[in-house]
Design a binder for this molecule. Structure first.
Ligand code: UD1
Length: 334
């Protein structure tokens, strides 16, 4: 195992939702993170005061070279990127720039400056409308929106780069990340966020009048979209497991689903929020949203087996409770 005392982890997008939770998980496990974030969507306050922070862009090659040298960076966790499916349909070039072109620059910085391990935030959106459910990692990847394609291209770049250079990687294909740190240290803070659970807890707290239900004619049991919601702390813990696996076996690369292997419909999620708050959110049935598949549920056997990852918060009501607690704490902050 690398020496946690000298070897630092560069976390891109560390001021964002998932990145800020990964920093907490790294610190809790004794690792020392360094953050680069351009603060277009992240928040400086989301990064703990004792974590070195650089405001800058991951495509700035001289800046990356300096950070890697100054902090003895041994691994990169790459969260920075754009994540909203419908926005990617309207503005694909933004996604091919932020997610694909900038990832290429970051991978090049890793290779050029001798960083040997790379962990990448990939997505279940790489599968598109999968032929099977739960979806396994070897299911054909046929993304149906630019967001999924922009991430899949980065998976290809990593695979080819790892074959040619001294670098191993883990691409974690996230399903629907939700919830907040149970200790209240971080949470989803983006104003105008589009994630279902975030939107629903905002409505429950009176920050929105209603929640839109995008489509009731999907090929699912109740006609609304089904997703595999995973608690952000379990996802963050999977990143620490991935880091340690990459260091332990430098010849091995991984592409793994990260979800619980269970699906909930939009209506089931809204019912969970009602249960937790003991009130009823106003539902506003609308048409389908562009780029949305019917159902996305992970087969998570591979990550459970390879990393010994043990989810701690596999409970929809608990995820909602933590999201709600964070939303209360956030108040009108953003
Ligand atoms: C999310 C992630 C994406 C990830 C993907 C993997 C976000 C913003 N995007 O996309 O990065 O790769 O999961 O599965 O988190 N819905 C409503 N009303 C709303 C919001 C959503 O009905 O106000 C529905 C959607 O149509 C969908 C489900 O709820 O069926 C989840 O939507 P959302 O939370 O936006 O996430 P995804 O689009 O699945």
């Amino acid at each position: 195992m690398a020496d946690k005392g000298t070897f630092r982890i560069l976390v891109t997008g560390g001021a964002g939702y998932i990145g800020s939770h990964a920093i907490l998980a790294l610190k809790d496990a004794g690792w020392r993170p360094v953050v680069i974030d351009n603060l277009t969507t992240g928040f400086r306050w989301a990064v703990p005061g004792d974590v070195p922070f650089v405001e800058g862009d991951i495509e700035d090659a001289p800046l990356l070279a300096k950070i890697i040298a100054d902090h003895d960076i041994g691994a990169i966790m790459h969260f920075a990127g754009s994540i909203i499916v419908p926005e990617s349909v309207e503005n694909p070039l933004k996604y091919y720039h932020n997610n694909t072109a900038k990832s290429r620059a970051l991978i090049e910085a890793a290779v050029t400056n001798g960083v040997k391990h790379f962990i990448f935030s990939s997505t279940a959106a790489t599968y598109g409308v999968p032929e099977e459910s739960p979806v396994r990692e070897d299911t054909p990847t046929l993304p149906i929106n630019p967001y999924g394609r922009s991430k899949l291209m980065t998976e290809y770049m990593l695979r080819d780069t790892a074959a040619a250079h001294d670098l191993n990687y883990c691409a974690l294909r996230y399903f629907n990340v939700a919830g907040a740190d149970p200790q209240g240290r971080s949470g989803q803070s983006t104003a105008g966020a589009t994630h279902l659970i975030k939107v629903a807890v905002e409505a429950a707290l009176g920050k929105r009048e209603s929640v839109a239900i995008f489509g009731t004619d999907y090929d699912t049991p109740d006609g609304t979209g089904v997703r595999d919601y995973i608690h952000v702390n379990d996802l963050a813990a999977a990143h620490v497991k991935a880091l340690e696996a990459l260091i332990a076996a430098p010849q091995v690369c991984h592409t793994l689903n990260c979800g619980y292997g269970k699906g909930f419909s939009v209506l089931q999620v809204l019912d969970a929020v009602d249960r937790v708050t003991n009130q009823k959110i106003v539902r506003d049935v609308q048409g389908r949203r562009a780029g949305d598949p019917d159902s996305l549920i992970s087969d998570n056997a591979a990550i459970l087996e390879r990393f010994g990852w043990l989810p701690q918060y596999d409970d929809l009501d608990l995820i909602v409770r933590h999201a709600l607690a964070w939303e209360r704490k956030l108040g009108d902050r953003t």
